[in-house]
Design a protein around this ligand. Structure first.
Ligand SMILES: [Zn+2]
Length: 315
């Protein structure tokens, strides 16, 4: 049994776990992400690794980070929601921790976790779309993680789906994540509630009573409670999600599509409209098999499990 540490660095929290060969998390720690402070973020990772190593014999450490990681799995070119810019994180962490540390894109790590131990485990070609604040993802093609020529493949959220559409933090307009992410869900719910407050009674009551007070958790809770506007918001986001999935299928032809990330916690609320839109939009429908569309098995831990396994197994 080889134990590895997997770490998932998100915009708000860092999750670290000791993971065994079968993808089981045998110990887990969490700490907040000091998102604007590079040194404090690195120190928080070093502290978590050190604490976990006191109790466990660790040979490998993998870090999944919400950033664009180079092909050598060491340098973060850029992180839209964290302070990393051309950061040699792998080298620095390896030195501070006294053990080799491999860096992975968080979407790649989650895709690998789902492919090895989760919803995609019985397939060789798996595309995982992470629907959180934005949209990330990863793809396993022919049983291998596809990182691309520079390590930055599978930035699905920045495929432009609307000409001259909404402005994205990446600098372009009309990116998919502006229409099918958690942020888009909240924006849509606020717009719909402002247009017809009478239909959003439950939704508005969960916040401060104004459309601006609506947050993501409110939309899910209200939709589960039957709120019409919250349900409409999920319908709309799901429709955009399904349209994009059809395009990914046209390019990559996966046998399985996995939806992970915070928004996937809403389950069928997001999956049903996504499936309907995907099946209605996929090219050659009626003359080809549909890729299996599934929710992630390990939405909250796939990133750290995948990062640990990639540190242990990938070249
Ligand atoms: Zn973008």
């Amino acid at each position: 049994m080889t134990l590895a540490i997997g770490i998932d660095v998100g915009g708000t929290k860092i999750a670290a776990g000791v993971v065994d060969d079968d993808g089981n998390v045998v110990a887990e720690l969490r700490s907040p992400t000091p998102a604007t402070d590079v040194e404090a973020t690195e120190q928080a990772i070093v502290d978590l690794v050190s604490e976990l190593r006191q109790e466990h014999d660790i040979r490998h450490v993998g870090v999944g980070a919400a950033g664009w990681v180079d092909a050598s799995r060491s340098v973060i070119y850029y992180a839209p929601n964290l302070a990393w810019r051309d950061e040699h994180l792998g080298e620095e962490l390896s030195e501070s921790c006294g053990i080799p540390v491999v860096i992975e894109n968080d979407g790649n790590a989650a895709a690998w976790g789902e492919y090895r131990f989760g919803a995609g485990r019985s397939f060789d070609d798996v595309v995982c779309v992470t629907v959180g604040t934005g949209i990330g993802g990863g793809m396993v093609l022919g049983g291998a993680l596809h990182r691309g020529g520079f390590g930055i493949a599978a930035e699905f959220g920045h495929v432009r789906v609307v000409p001259d559409g909404l402005l994205c933090p990446c600098g372009n307009r009309g990116c998919w994540e502006q229409y099918a992410s958690g942020r888009a869900l909240v924006r849509t719910a606020r717009e719909l509630a402002a247009a017809d407050p009478g239909r959003a009674e439950t939704l508005l009551s969960l916040g401060d009573g104004t459309p601006k007070g609506i947050e993501g958790v409110h939309v899910t809770a209200a939709a589960e409670d039957g709120d019409l506007v919250a349900r409409d918001a999920f319908e709309e986001i799901g429709r955009w999600l399904g349209q994009g999935l059809a395009d990914l299928v046209a390019v990559l032809d996966p046998s399985c599509l996995v939806i992970s990330g915070g928004v996937s916690d809403a389950g069928e609320l997001i999956l049903d409209p996504a499936r309907a839109a995907y099946e209605a939009a996929v090219a050659g429908r009626g003359h080809r098999p549909f890729a299996e569309l599934r929710l992630a098995d390990h939405a909250s831990s796939a990133g750290l499990v995948g990062a640990a396994d990639l540190a242990r197994t990938a070249p």
